[in-house]
Design a binder for this molecule. Structure first.
Ligand SMILES: NC(=O)c1ccc[n+]([C@@H]2O[C@H](COP(=O)([O-])OP(=O)(O)OC[C@H]3O[C@@H](n4cnc5c(N)ncnc54)[C@H](OP(=O)(O)O)[C@@H]3O)[C@@H](O)[C@H]2O)c1
Length: 339
């Protein structure tokens, strides 16, 4: 098969300053070359996630010096490989890519990804469109269920529960007989989760929320909460949980520090920790990761599916980010770098 010609230049979305979406420009950039243990991926699709919004504000776990190309995950085809045995394995493959902050990200026509955890092979049954959202949320939802089961929990609390991730966690938990006490911030989100079959959905904007949450946590013996919001919600979750409980903060959608009332930590023996997918994956061996990945690929159109609400060419990325931020529960906006 004739090899596809790789151009010298490409279109990319570039962040020039940590100013949020206002710092983005669409530009021509040189196509990067893969180094040792790296591959060059011709990008097919990439979503806009909350972690991307944190990156644009310099509030993520890595903080490259601008200008750089953001974009946390995506899908495409490997068109060139650098030196190293693993690269050859991926040559010509359809893959999902995960950005680690060391090179540029996924919002470009081409992306260099590491063969050490940055590219995962897509199953034949998974389209490039589905593959674009098949890493971050599906593997995180799977991790949450694994952590819940390992800790022997029969019930968990989940905030920002109407998110794509929240809906995945609910579907997986239902299959495992785990009760999810869902926390959302709008009545429409209560409706959405109820329609999906969730039995406990509480709105943190309601006046009786704290009492209702405490009752639900005690009734279902929930000792573990996964919190995506941080700020004062972390304190409200801590207060509602029984003694000897834990809140795992995995995002800060409020962009506020997680509040931890000392009386809850000292006198109630409650604690707060964090979760980040990258280190979680790195802490496991290759066989465990590939088994989880294979299972996630099988569920990508069912329990681990993502609702896509619109697709945009790369040139419209700033508008796509705006549109996504205006209604995050409405589904993902997908960038299509190569049309
Ligand atoms: N730590 C990790 O490794 C990891 C991995 C995967 C995902 N995550 C996190 O998981 C969360 C969900 O991701 P996703 O892709 O599923 O999100 P998504 O589908 O884009 O939905 C985001 C949800 O968060 C809600 N939200 C936004 N700001 C909020 C706030 N200040 N208070 C309460 N709710 C708020 C939105 O509600 P509205 O429509 O009302 O705005 C929406 O329901 C994100 O925070 C993401 O960063 C973390």
């Amino acid at each position: 098969m004739a090899q596809e010609r790789i151009p010298d230049e490409m279109i990319a979305v570039v962040l020039h300053a940590y100013e949020g979406p206002g710092g983005l420009r669409v530009e021509r950039r040189p196509v990067p070359s893969p180094g040792r243990d790296e591959v060059l991926v011709k990008m097919a699709a990439s979503p806009i996630n909350p972690s991307d919004l944190a990156v644009l504000r310099g509030r993520y776990g890595f903080r490259p010096d601008p200008p750089f190309v953001p974009g946390g995950e995506g899908s495409g085809t490997v068109v060139a490989v650098g030196p190293g045995a693993m690269g050859r394995y991926f040559q010509g493959s359809r893959v999902a890519c995960l950005w680690d902050g060391r090179r540029d990200g996924a919002w470009a026509q081409y992306m260099v990804a590491s063969t050490k955890g940055g590219v995962l092979p897509l199953s034949d049954s998974v389209s490039l469109e589905r593959g674009a959202t098949s890493v971050i949320n599906p593997l995180t939802a799977s991790a949450f269920i694994e952590i819940t089961k390992k800790g022997g929990h029969k019930a968990i609390v989940l905030s920002a529960a109407a998110s794509s991730l929240g809906r995945m966690v609910n579907r997986l938990a239902s299959g495992e007989g785990i009760e999810v006490i869902n926390v959302v911030r709008r009545d429409t989100q209560v409706e959405l989760l109820r329609q999906q079959g969730a039995s406990i959905v509480l709105n943190s904007s309601d006046s009786g929320f704290d009492d209702a949450l405490r009752d639900a946590c005690h009734q279902h013996d929930a000792h573990l909460a996964f919190d995506a919001v941080a700020g004062e919600l972390t304190a409200r979750l801590l207060r509602a949980l029984p003694s000897n409980s834990k809140v795992t903060v995995f995002s800060a959608l409020s962009f506020e520090p997680a509040q931890t009332p000392p009386d809850q930590l000292i006198f109630e023996n409650k604690c707060v920790d964090g979760f980040w997918l990258g280190p979680f994956i790195a802490s496991r061996n290759l066989v465990q990761t590939m088994l989880t990945w294979r299972r996630a690929q099988k569920l990508v159109t069912t329990d681990l599916r993502t609702e896509i609400r619109a697709e945009y060419p790369l040139e419209d990325a700033p508008r796509a980010v705006e549109e996504y931020v205006s209604q995050m529960t409405g589904g993902k906006c997908l960038l299509r770098p190569n049309g």
